[in-house]
Each structure stands twice: as C-alpha cells, then as structure tokens.
Design a protein around this ligand. Structure first.
Ligand code: T4K
Length: 379
C-alpha cells in the first residue's frame, strides 16, 4: 500500500476561520479585558448553554476538565479518603481528579457493549467507605443512566459523570449533562469541539455551581470574604474567543463527524477480526467523538499493537485509548480493584482509535480502511 504523503494523526484540533478569531480578539483588545469574568466569557457560557440545552445557572466554565472534576469532587462535601467507584477504562485524568481531591478510586468492571461502568459491579463494590460514583461516558457512549442513578439514590452516593467526550450527546432529547449530581465536559483542543483548554461542569444544583464559581476564583465570595479550598481555575477571554469562534460551527462539526464515522463503520463492517462497538440506541443523539475499533488477534492475524505499528509505517498515527487500564499503571497501583475485570481487560487489550477530525477527507477515511482491511488479508 502507498503510504500517505503527510502524517495522518489520530486527531487534529478544529480550527475556525482565522478572520472570525481575529474579529473576536479585536473585541478583547478593544475591551482591554483579558481574564476574570470578562464579557466574552459570559457570551461563551450563554452560547454553550444554548447548544447544550442547559440553563446558564446550571453550568460553570474552568481552565480544563481535570481541574473542573477535581474541584467538583472537593465541593461535594465528601469525607477525605472516601472511596469513589470508577472505571479503569478511561484517560488518566479521571483517576487523577479523584486522587487530587483527596479521595480513593476503586476500579470496577465495565460492560462489553459500550465499555462503560457495569452497574452490577458498581453495586457489588459499595462498602462503608464509598462516597461517590464517577462513571465515564467513554467515547461519548452514555452510561446506564437510570441504573446508576438508582444505585446512587439507594446508597446515598454522589454521582459525578466524566462526560469529557460528550459535547453534543443527548438522551431522549435531554443533554447528557442533565443527569446525575454533576457532569464534566472537556473542551480541550483535541476534543470534537473546543476552546483550546477548557472544562465545563453542568449540574441541576445551582448551589453547587455557585460554590464552584467561588472556588475557581481563589474562593472569593465578595470583596473580603474568602471561603477555603479556592484555587485559580478560570478561563481567559482569549480561550473564550476561540470557543465562541468554534460555537458557530458546532452543528457542522457534529454532522461531519457523523458522516466520517458512518463511512468508517460501513467500510469496516465485514472485516474479520475487527469489531466495532454497537451504536447507542435511537434515544441517543450520539457525537461519534472517537473511532475505536477492537482488534481480535486470532481472527485478524495480528494484535492492536502490531496494527498500530503497521499503520505508522503507512504514515497513519492511531492511539490505543485507553490502554493500559488505570489499575495497571504505577500511579494507581495502590488503589483497590474489585474483581479480575475480564471485560475491561478484553477491551483495553484490543482497542485502537483510528484517526478522526474535521478536516479528514472521505478519501483518507477510505484509504485508512483499505490499509486495515489489506493488513488482515495479508496476515
Ligand atoms: N476524562 C477523560 C475521559 C478524558 O479523555 C480527558 C481528556 C479528561 C478527563 C481531562 O480533560 P482535560 O483536562 O484535558 O480538559 C489527549 C488530550 O490532551 C486529553 O484532553 C484527552 N482527554 C485525551 C483522551 O487525549 P493526548 O496525550 O492523547 O494528547 P496529544 O497531545 O498526544 O494529542 C493527540 C493528537 O492530537 C496527537 O496526534 C497530536 C494532535 N494534536 C494535538 C494538539 C494538542 C495536534 O495536531 N494539535 C494540537 O494542538 O491527550
């Protein structure tokens, strides 16, 4: 196969037209206001609230998703050292936010259908130290929302969703951010939709949002009153400008992603040894934020590492999001794990995320698929 002339990376940030960014930066310069509750931030939050279908008083913006999640856990009134049940199949930030908030992650099993937390495993892992559940809508695939809410209610646990991958996802017409006690979205540059670096917390509890808004601003609650636990997790006007510039293309970005994913799925559907997660049901407005495949080494003829290597030789750079499981990395080696996690391990051992970003052409998608299919045929 002929390699690509230029490297095809797993993702590339969406770049809105530069003239649009210039116009917004002109406003920033004209205002002479760079950060700390500026007018562009207010407009960005208002616009995001509209796109997410969430009230502005149920949303707060932060410097990034990791800090947003850390602060939210700190704001929930959980006892230090309390246990937070979470998934091992996620980005390191989920576990770090829990640890940084002075809590202990407990890793439990995931579901084969969508790699999200298995509610039965969650319930079985609850003990007297458990204080919260932090499920991840991994790759934008919604968790078992009703079952997890039911468990949280019955055991009086806080439910904080890591919705980092979820901009544009809704269930039965309701934003995914409307579920649980709170949800964290990441608007990092490599996400489907972004503000360079930014995190968003949504919560049906406006009081939680008010407390978070104080904490992200050093704990200031008025000119002289300062509450404990504050830090600096604000977002600047420059970030808000880029975010606003991207907002205009929100629906176009989602539409393009849907077309690319549909093409990938159609091309790869019958490739022996390449499995795809089933799409969420019709109640879900899905965002196709990543393009994960599962490589079965026996049927495909090589494993995901070897396929990654082969594609690299053809100038295609994939990523093994999220291998290794968090419980297998040094940073979390001391954390409790409930069970052998055969499903999570099966998924992590096989997963490979193929390139997907706004500018990726359909022709490139077809060529990448051919490379995957041909590798199988030559195995
Ligand atoms: N929870 C979950 C489940 C998450 O996935 C994440 C973040 C978080 C929480 C935390 O949210 P934030 O605190 O980030 O808001 C990337 C992102 O940095 C990270 O945000 C994301 N998840 C994770 C899944 O992916 P890396 O280490 O893979 O990024 P990096 O720099 O290797 O970039 C990936 C590809 O994109 C490379 O091929 C290079 C390309 N790239 C990247 C950047 C930044 C560009 O072409 N241009 C760029 O400007 O973590």
């Amino acid at each position: 196969m002929t390699p690509f002339d230029q490297p095809i990376l797993v993702t590339r940030p969406y770049l809105p037209p530069i003239e649009r960014v210039h116009a917004l930066l002109d406003e920033v310069w004209h205002n002479h206001w760079l950060t700390n509750r500026g007018p562009l931030l207010a407009r960005f939050q208002q616009t995001l609230a509209g796109l997410f279908g969430i009230d502005t008083n149920q949303m707060a913006l932060f410097a990034n998703g990791t800090l947003a999640m850390d602060l939210t856990l700190r704001t929930m009134g959980l006892p230090p050292g309390g246990r937070v049940i979470t998934t091992p199949f996620t980005f390191v930030a989920t576990g770090s936010a829990i640890v940084n908030a002075g809590l202990e992650p407990v890793f439990v099993e995931t579901r084969p259908e969508d790699a999200t937390l298995d509610p039965q495993a969650v319930e079985a892992a609850i003990d007297e130290r458990t204080v919260a559940i932090a499920p991840v809508h991994v790759f934008g695939m919604p968790c078992q929302l009703d079952a997890l809410q039911d468990i949280a209610d019955r055991h009086n646990l806080r439910l904080l969703y890591d919705a980092a991958h979820c901009t544009g996802v809704s269930v039965n017409g309701q934003s995914i951010g409307a579920f649980g006690h709170a949800s964290m979205f990441s608007l990092h540059a490599t996400k489907l939709f972004h503000a360079v670096e930014c995190g968003v917390i949504t919560s049906p509890d406006p009081d939680l949002i008010r407390r978070l808004s104080r904490l992200k601003n050093f704990g200031y609650d008025g000119p002289v009153r300062i509450v404990p636990g504050g830090t600096n997790a604000k977002i600047s006007e420059v970030h808000a400008a880029v975010g606003l510039a991207c907002c205009e293309d929100f629906h176009a970005i989602l539409q393009r992603r849907r077309e690319q994913a549909t093409r990938y799925r159609r091309n790869l559907a019958d490739t022996p040894g390449i499995d795809l997660f089933p799409l969420p049901g019709p109640e879900v407005e899905y965002n196709y934020s990543y393009m994960p495949i599962l490589v079965d080494p026996e049927q495909y003829g090589c494993d995901s590492d070897q396929l990654e290597q082969r594609l690299k030789e053809l100038n295609v750079f994939t990523r093994r999001y999220f291998f290794p499981l968090l419980n297998d990395v040094e940073a979390f080696a001391h954390c409790p794990v409930r069970g052998e996690l055969p499903v999570a391990r099966h998924i992590a051992d096989r997963v490979l995320c193929l390139p997907v970003y706004h500018e990726l052409t359909m022709d490139a998608v077809d060529r990448i698929c051919e490379m995957v299919i041909q590798r199988q045929q030559s195995a």
